[in-house]
Design a protein around this ligand. Structure first.
Ligand SMILES: [Zn+2]
Length: 292
């Protein structure tokens, strides 16, 4: 296809930006959170992330939402596609979205057999229903994988895709069975909070969730940060009425989306740690506290 890859691995963002400028690639492949970090660093260096050679992005290795896709597409001026894979199977590329529809990841069905099961009963669920993905490799020889339980939660759609590919598609991964947080008895996926956060334009897409125990109850605090512009608008004062309004707005949205009440901590821009790989978004101190 006349395509070459520039294998640079992760980290060293300055170097990544230099390579994007020197080699002028059309496609970038990373975690979604790292793509946002690169865009932010470009702006700091006076480079407009929308003006680079990049046209498409392939992102995976952490759950991300449709709202996160819109943010990345706007900030980098690219089309963003979701990719899925597991090291135990072949790494990335078990399934990927087509750029025509960006609606579900086409499964490489000639290589893998996909099933979706109800994790508690091990029974298969009908197409369209969420459950745990179970994968069987059809062509691997040295290390065949048979009915491997991925721990990832998604659904399968076998409807025809307008791009012309005939393979089944899986939804984006909603989370891992072990990512699911049980907060005061309610099942919550961090990804659902992310959706609410990204709808508040005055806040950046970076966040961290802290879980602790307040007596016997779970206490949850979501750390978010103001965008540079809103920070200036609030005269760099986190007690500003605008900040309280944003807190309230986000709290209400999360309550509606996830059915839990949480505390919100609004921080100045760039105070949440950025990741060069998979973002550390959940800090769960509940077990530590029980042990102590
Ligand atoms: Zn398609």
């Amino acid at each position: 296809m006349g395509i070459t890859t520039v294998p640079v691995s992760g980290g060293n963002t300055k170097r990544q930006i230099m390579l994007i400028q020197d080699f002028k690639p059309q496609v970038i492949c990373s975690t979604p959170s790292y793509a946002l970090h690169i865009a932010e660093k470009m702006r700091e260096q006076g480079i407009d992330p929308k003006e680079t050679s990049l046209k498409y992005g392939i992102f995976g290795a952490e759950p991300w939402s449709e709202e996160m896709r819109n943010t990345i597409e706007q900030k980098l001026g690219i089309k963003a596609m979701d990719i899925y894979g597991l090291s135990e199977i072949v790494g990335p590329g078990v399934s990927i979205e087509c750029m025509e529809e960006q609606d579900g990841l086409h499964i490489q069905e000639d290589h893998f057999l996909f099933e979706v099961i109800e994790p508690d009963t091990n029974e298969r669920v009908p197409d369209g229903e969420y459950g745990e993905l179970v994968i069987t490799s059809l062509k691997k020889e040295a290390l065949p994988i048979i009915r491997y339980r991925t721990g990832d939660i998604a659904a399968i759609n076998r409807e025809k895709c307008s791009c012309g590919r005939t393979t089944a598609r899986m939804t984006r991964v909603k989370g891992r069975i072990d990512d699911m947080l049980v907060i005061r008895g309610v099942n919550v996926f961090p990804f659902e909070m992310e959706r609410s956060l990204l709808n508040v334009k005055e806040l950046t897409p970076h966040y961290q969730l802290f879980l602790s125990k307040d007596g016997h109850l779970d206490a949850v605090e979501l750390s978010v940060e103001l965008s540079e512009e809103s920070y200036v608008r609030c005269q760099q004062n986190l007690e500003h009425a605008e900040v309280s309004r944003l807190k309230q707005q986000l709290q209400t949205a999360i309550k509606q989306e996830c059915l839990v009440s949480i505390d919100i901590d609004v921080k100045p821009p760039k105070s949440i740690p950025r990741s060069e790989g998979k973002a550390v978004r959940i800090v769960d101190k509940r077990m530590e506290q029980t042990v102590n």
